[in-house]
Write a protein that binds this ligand. Structure first.
Ligand SMILES: Nc1ncnc2c1ncn2[C@@H]1O[C@H](COP(=O)(O)OP(=O)(O)OP(=O)(O)O)[C@@H](O)[C@H]1O
Length: 259
């Protein structure tokens, strides 16, 4: 289970000239600071999948980076199965698997070597790594490319290998930043099926996406953030109930709300 309470993060603007027109008009810009995340809260229990939605620039990636310990929040708390991520980042890192939008593979290494490297960083024994790679290759359909250098992988192969790398240590919670962005339909289905498998095992999964059909198919809970604030956080049924017409309409209803 993961509990996220009133997270906040601001960044110092080093070069105000580089801000886009939209960011200049954004009410989150205050003096030298841009308050990317002002107050984000949600909870995801074991066996649940939570979809994190929000317009571009809403603060989804910043939020997920705080959950994963990559960024230190200014305020708020993240607790994974009783472990406070901010107080105990090393213990928390063992418990979570994080796919970031920007992680790259080591191009000179094969898919297998990339995954194994992360298994070793997590202190796994070689036999356990080997067995886990076999299991992940079955689940993510990696076998054909596993022993090729990753520099020539397609976008889908890179992403699936990155996911394998993120979960090699059997984490208690899985966090995926836009896992299906840029993937073809087959690769996206493989990733969505993989998330379904985690749910069956009782592992909570949080993933950000702009694809509402994925949310409808997979998610038990939905959190919408806009301008760095939670605008909606409830069950998929409650989210669907916001509109008689479509999920897009439900989404638009939540972001039209005052924070
Ligand atoms: N290091 C940083 N310094 C300054 N501003 C930042 C920094 N990181 C993020 N921001 C700003 O914070 C806001 C939220 O960014 P974030 O990447 O979290 O949004 P997002 O919801 O993931 O967007 P998208 O859907 O486009 O990926 C954006 O306006 C972004 O420019």
């Amino acid at each position: 289970m993961i509990e996220v309470n009133q997270l906040a993060k601001k960044f110092v603007i080093e070069n105000p000239k580089k801000l886009s027109e939209q960011e200049r008009q954004d009410p989150r810009l205050k003096g030298r600071f841009f308050h990317s995340v002002k107050s984000v809260s949600f909870q995801c229990n074991n066996g649940q999948v939570l979809g994190l939605l929000g317009p571009n620039g809403a603060g989804k990636t910043t939020t997920l980076r705080m959950l994963s310990t990559a960024l230190q929040p200014d305020a708020g708390s993240v607790v994974i199965n009783g472990v406070d991520v901010i107080d105990k980042p090393l213990a928390a890192r063992q418990k979570l698997g994080f796919l970031s939008g920007s992680t790259g593979l080591y191009g000179r290494l094969t898919g297998r070597e990339n995954i194994a490297y992360f298994g070793r960083l997590h202190g796994m024994a070689e036999e356990a790594i080997e067995a886990r790679i076999k299991e992940l290759a079955d689940l993510l359909d990696l076998h054909e490319y596993l022993d090729r250098r990753s520099e020539n992988f397609s976008t889908g192969m890179k992403q699936k290998t990155n996911i394998a790398r993120a979960v090699v240590h059997n984490p208690e919670v899985v966090i995926l930043d836009e896992p299906t962005t840029g993937l073809d339909i087959m690769a996206a289905q493989t990733v969505l099926n993989f998330i379904r498998g985690l749910k069956k095992q009782g592992v909570p999964v949080i993933f950000s996406t702009h694809h509402l059909e994925e949310v409808s198919e997979l998610c038990d809970r939905v959190t919408v953030i806009d301008q760095g604030e939670t605008r909606f956080s409830d069950t998929i049924e409650a989210f669907k109930g916001l509109s008689d017409t479509s999920l897009s309409d439900s989404f638009l209803t939540t972001i039209a709300r005052e924070a």
